[in-house]
Design a protein around this ligand. Structure first.
Ligand code: UDP
Length: 320
């Protein structure tokens, strides 16, 4: 008799965490999702309520936790948008450090495999372009973004240490800007902001001149990259992102085109330490995992449109 493998997903109610839960269930796992709901939302797990192989527990992993034996730990808990981690700076640092120790302790205790979400923010405002995994980054350790950047760099350091000292079977994915359904409409990130503004007929707020670049990966591509990395034996970080690079102004124009909105562009000040360019070199993911993204930005925005329309409709107007 074969037993169902059991996966634990920290941050399971988040945007990426919840999509990962769906994918793991489809792969045949039973899944236990943990979240303290600081930025995660139960609405993201709505579709799984009647799934017998799924369980949600509201747990803060900054304290030690134990949910019984598991075969795989996916450590995805962390505020991830600049607005969220600015608001929850201390929690971000704690989950990157304490939370990571605790997630790794679970993997070590049960001999489970482990995959952690890291970020292109490890590269900071990069001086190398596109960014390869071998680049050590250009990060301001005391700036407003440091609560996230340094938390994730520390997360990577702890993960490698558990691998080296305790032989935990670890993996690290460096995620580049990912978008799609279930993003929180008010998380301040560029795609939800522009979609919301365009659908409401408000001005699109482009920060700076809009010539800074980002490379946007649709969520289904990103999740496929996670699954492939999870099956691999690679312990060093792997970039998973879409190398098609857009300026923020181009992104705004695309959103206007796809929503059919007549909104205008409004230029606002560029936030401090906003990276000027971001583009993954995905040579390693291609060679190692046979992975590359399939969904381009216009297609992904079209696929997300109905979700954002509904999210805008559902939004409760803020009291005056
Ligand atoms: N941005 C913008 N207008 C917005 C939100 C974001 O111009 O309403 C810019 C932001 O300054 C950055 C880029 O879009 O250059 C991506 O921002 P986001 O917060 O999505 O993620 P980041 O890649 O900075 O973590």
């Amino acid at each position: 008799m074969t037993t169902t493998p059991r996966a634990l997903v920290t941050g399971g109610a988040g945007f990426l965490g919840s999509h990962l839960c769906d994918a793991l269930l489809a792969e045949g796992y039973s899944v236990i999702a943990l979240d303290n709901l600081v930025t995660g939302r139960l609405a993201n797990l709505e579709g799984l309520r009647r799934e017998a192989r799924f369980e949600f527990r509201e747990i803060d992993i900054n304290r030690p936790f134990d949910c019984g034996a598991v075969d795989y730990v996916f450590h995805f808990a962390c505020p991830a948008s600049p607005v969220d981690y600015a608001k929850h700076g201390i929690e971000t640092l704690k989950v990157g450090s304490l939370g990571t120790f605790h997630a790794l302790d679970v993997a070590r205790q049960y001999g489970a495999k482990y995959l952690v979400s890291s970020t292109s923010e490890c590269y900071g405002d990069p001086l190398e372009h596109p960014q390869k995994e071998t680049y050590w980054g250009h990060v301001n350790p005391i700036g407003p973004r440091s609560v996230y950047d340094e938390a994730k760099r520390f997360t990577e350091a702890v993960t490698m240490a558990y691998h080296r000292y305790y032989k935990v079977d670890t993996r690290i994915v460096r995620i580049f800007n990912t978008y799609g359904p279930r993003m929180q409409i008010n998380d301040g990130r560029v795609v939800p902001n522009f979609m919301k503004q365009a659908l409401r007929g408000e001005d699109l707020t482009v920060y700076g001149q809009g010539n800074q670049t980002r490379s946007f990966c649709y969520v289904s591509d990103e999740i496929e990259g996670f699954l492939r990395l999870a099956r691999s034996d690679e312990h060093f970080p792997v970039n998973i992102g879409n190398p098609a690079e857009f300026t923020i102004l181009q992104c705004a124009q695309l959103v206007l085109q796809i929503t059919g909105s007549t909104s205008r562009i409004q230029y606002q000040p560029l936030p401090q330490d906003d990276p000027k360019q971001r583009c993954p070199d995905i040579g390693k993911a291609k060679a190692l995992l046979g992975w590359e993204p399939k969904v381009d930005l216009p297609t992904g925005l079209r696929l997300s449109l109905e979700y954002f329309r509904q999210a805008v409709r559902d939004e409760v107007p803020s009291p005056l």
